[in-house]
Design a protein around this ligand. Structure first.
Ligand SMILES: *Cc1c(COP(=O)(O)O)cnc(C)c1O
Length: 426
């Protein structure tokens, strides 16, 4: 921490106003200065190492959410820290009037990992929503004979909170306060192959956006054959198949991209892939992969832009993250530990657990009762960060370095968990 920041911390830590927990005072300051968008934070965190974080009062937590599927290498990874520091000290930002070696190398690396054919190209962003915005603009340019105006998205989909990404997001509570949203988007019911065929039967479709596994909807996998059908219909109609891999990509499922998991992707190759979350190991960076020359040339010179997107520090962070995932064979680790953990979580004998779904290190524990918020609070008190992704489901998206022993610790907690009685809550 810099001297400037230390001073700001000392303002609170050193405040001689009694024995109140330090975190409580931080939350008070948070509420007085930070917009209420997210509500008051449950803890103020000050430090992280590996799969653990510490709060302002010194309590340690096993981080099984990783900043929402972001911190692929955990916290404070020395290789990532060194790569970011070295790049920042060499060349930190130049704008897209110029190219930089990390930016160019990362674009090449991503196309290589995706096994993208000749003619494919990358556009860099700073976030997932921005990556989807860029993909949305590509869809708008995919006009064909001028009749392609419709964009298909799936019920339950989450693609981000900016206006274009929000137009592709199905949740009414997120959308309604901000209407009118960009038009032309239609939602098809989740998992319904016939409804998808019917939607395409009318023609005029520019693109279909789909998450290989729906993250925010509760880690939902599409039924067998769904993504293959989406691929078949989009190809037939000259529509783009856009896979939103913002949450599932960059190793999260034990593959570089979820579509490369044969059980999820069924062997398909998309036209566009959007990435962010885990890509930079915690440093903000997003990317749009346009697969093949047709997709890569939809948005032409001067038709899109970004000041920060593709900056060398973000690119160095992503290159270092990918490098460590590869060097330490972490994709195989995620597949092995993830699969073992999934079965262990399902076999705790706790009658509250209905099943455990997902892939790799993107899992959800389905509960028989809507007690996910209570479970997450109890877990936090016991030193585990988990996410109540739905009233009756817990999401687990830990750092990809999570060990068997660390995973087991939460399994043991889950085995013994009992919801607080309503009378105790009141
Ligand atoms: C998180 C997420 C986004 C939005 O990413 P931001 O970086 O928060 O803008 C988009 N799509 C999916 C599938 C996500 O999980």
């Amino acid at each position: 921490m810099s001297e400037v920041d230390k001073q700001s911390v000392t303002d609170v830590v050193g405040a001689p106003d009694g024995p109140r927990p330090v975190g409580e005072r931080w939350v008070e300051r948070y509420s007085g200065a930070v917009m209420d968008t997210f509500g008051p934070p449950s803890r103020v965190l000050v430090r992280g190492e590996g799969a653990y974080v510490w709060d302002a009062d010194g309590a340690r937590y096993l981080d099984l959410l990783a900043g929402i599927a972001v911190n692929a290498l955990g916290h404070g990874h020395p290789t990532l820290t060194a790569a970011i520091s070295a790049q920042l000290g060499t060349l930190g930002h130049v704008s897209n009037f110029f190219g930089t070696p990390p930016q160019i190398a990362l674009a090449e690396r991503l196309l290589d990992l995706a096994a993208a054919p000749e003619g494919s190209r990358v556009f860099f962003t700073n976030s997932g929503a921005e990556a989807n915005e860029a993909a949305f603009k590509m869809a708008r340019r995919n006009v064909g004979d001028g009749e392609r105006r419709r964009v298909i998205a799936v019920e339950g989909a989450f693609h981000g909170r900016t206006m274009g990404a929000l137009a592709l997001t199905s949740k009414t509570a997120y959308r309604e306060p901000f209407e009118p949203l960009p038009g032309g988007v239609e939602f098809v019911p989740f998992g319904d192959l016939d409804a998808l065929r019917a939607a395409f039967a009318h023609g005029g479709i520019a693109a279909m956006f789909v998450e290989p596994v729906q993250g925010e909807a509760g880690v939902r996998r599409h039924p067998e054959g769904y993504l293959s059908l989406a691929r078949e219909l989009t190809r037939e109609h000259g529509a783009l198949l856009v896979l939103d891999e913002v949450q599932t990509g960059a190793g999260r499922t034990g593959h570089w991209f979820a579509f490369q998991d044969p059980e999820i992707g069924e062997g398909i190759m998309p036209d566009v892939v959007t990435l962010a979350k885990g890509l930079g190991g915690g440093f903000p960076v997003g990317a749009v992969l346009a697969i093949g020359q047709d997709a890569a040339t939809l948005v032409g010179r001067g038709q899109h832009g970004t000041t920060f997107g593709g900056n060398p520090v973000a690119a160095a962070a992503a290159l270092a993250t990918i490098g460590v995932l590869e060097r330490d064979d972490l994709l195989a680790h995620v597949r092995a530990v993830g699969s073992r953990w999934r079965h262990a979580l399902a076999a705790t004998g706790n009658p509250l657990v209905v099943d455990v779904r997902g892939a790799g290190f993107l899992l959800a524990v389905q509960l028989r009762e809507p007690v996910a918020a209570d479970l997450a609070a109890a877990a936090l008190a016991a030193g585990f960060i988990v996410n109540p992704v739905a009233p009756d489901a817990i999401r687990l998206a830990p750092p990809l370095i999570l060990s068997d022993e660390q995973a087991d610790a939460f399994t043991t907690f889950l085995a013994g968990y009992q919801p607080a009685l309503p009378s105790q809550e009141a």
